[in-house]
Design a protein around this ligand. Structure first.
Ligand SMILES: [Zn+2]
Length: 136
């Protein structure tokens, strides 16, 4: 039967402290480090904090790490929506011949929610126009 030693004497017989109660699975020996304050195990054997558990604690941690909010889900969604709005406006501009030939078109990845529209089809043209007006 495994009976771990409760205390550890360190610093040349001067300090008596609680000993880590963890046992090595390989050597079957008790850990030789002192236990962490108010705990029965050392930092190696699970004594460290594993972070907040409650929703309030998680929220408090998120607020503590908040810097400017440029990369929140809301900010990204707003940027993506505006980018989509701009792309549809550009498509309409190209359709009505607003841009000179050889002008630079929208480059790179298309924003979320983008679908290629055939503007010669009146239904899709109306859809594109309505998309430009639905945003704030
Ligand atoms: Zn330990």
């Amino acid at each position: 039967m495994y009976k771990p030693e409760q205390y550890l004497i360190t610093a040349g017989n001067r300090i008596k402290c609680k000993r880590c109660q963890a046992r090595s699975s390989r050597k079957k020996q008790q850990c030789g480090k002192p236990a962490m304050r108010l705990k029965n195990v050392c930092d190696t054997h699970g004594g460290l904090s594993t972070g907040p558990r409650t929703p309030e604690g998680i929220k408090r941690l998120q607020n503590a790490h908040w810097k400017h909010g440029n990369e929140t889900k809301e900010a990204r969604a707003e940027r993506s929506a505006k980018s989509l709005h701009l792309l549809i406006l550009e498509m309409l501009g190209w359709y009505i011949g607003m841009f000179a030939k050889g002008s630079t078109k929208f480059r790179g990845r298309k924003p979320n929610g983008f679908e290629k529209l055939d503007l010669t089809d009146p239904e899709q043209l109306a859809l594109a126009i309505s998309k430009t007006q639905s945003s704030k």
